[in-house]
Design a protein around this ligand. Structure first.
Ligand code: HEM
Length: 189
């Protein structure tokens, strides 16, 4: 795709570089990171993994639930208020920066009962992992296809797969904006 962008007449070098950066970060890295986080959430809760092994038709639901559950904080979306507004007891003035915390909303106990529990049977469709409104993630349908494909394959081809280390030993990459796991050791019989 990047080669084709570069070869397209009328696309300047700067545009090609900018689009390539967007594709690699927004389009590639986010999904790679999510595959790792989803794997940890499912294998870290072996009964949830087993539910998918027993019934792979649950995978699409499991992907929504893990998108919800894996956003625990730090994923703030910046916005500037266009007008003065009241949120709860806070007054936000026009022009002020507001940081919207996706992780908090995805763990709102008023919306998701027992929000810290991963439950592949839960309907997690209300999550905000892809944002909301005008800036809703353009690649959400593609990310969903990729995640569903990966985990449909993994549970059918490696049904006995499990984490090879305790989740407390896992570390996050410090050198990447999207975060993600440094490594994810697994084993199977
Ligand atoms: C699991 C994977 C992904 C996650 C968690 C994710 C998350 C997000 C979030 C939260 C936003 C909203 C940002 C905001 O409101 O400021 C967003 C926007 C966006 N995402 Fe994704 N994304 C993922 C995959 C992808 C993929 C695969 C693509 C492209 C192929 C993509 C392209 C974009 C673009 C272009 C925007 C900006 C949309 C706009 O501002 O109109 N994303 N993404």
């Amino acid at each position: 795709m990047i080669s084709r962008l570069c070869a397209t007449e009328g696309v300047s070098d700067d545009e090609a570089a900018e689009l390539s950066m967007a594709l690699l970060f927004a389009g590639h890295e986010t999904t790679v990171v999510q595959i790792g986080l989803t794997a940890v959430l499912l294998m870290g809760n072996p009964e949830q993994w087993q539910s998918l092994v027993d019934d792979p038709a649950l995978v699409p639901n499991a992907i929504e639930e893990t998108l919800r559950a894996s956003r625990r904080g730090g994923g703030v979306l910046p916005r500037y208020a266009r007008t003065d507004l009241e949120i709860g007891s806070v007054t936000v003035k026009a022009g002020e920066l507001v940081l919207l915390e996706i992780g908090a909303s995805n763990h709102d106990p008023d919306v998701f009962t027992d929000p810290d529990r991963v439950d592949v049977n839960r309907s997690g469709a209300n999550h905000l992992a892809f944002g909301r409104g005008a800036r809703y993630c353009l690649g959400a349908p593609l990310a969903r296809i990729e995640l569903q494909t990966v985990f449909t394959q993994l549970v059918s081809r490696f049904p006995t797969m499990q984490l090879a280390v305790d989740t407390r030993e896992l570390t996050l990459r410090p050198d990447s904006l999207a975060g993600g796991l440094t490594e994810l050791p697994v084993q199977w019989r």
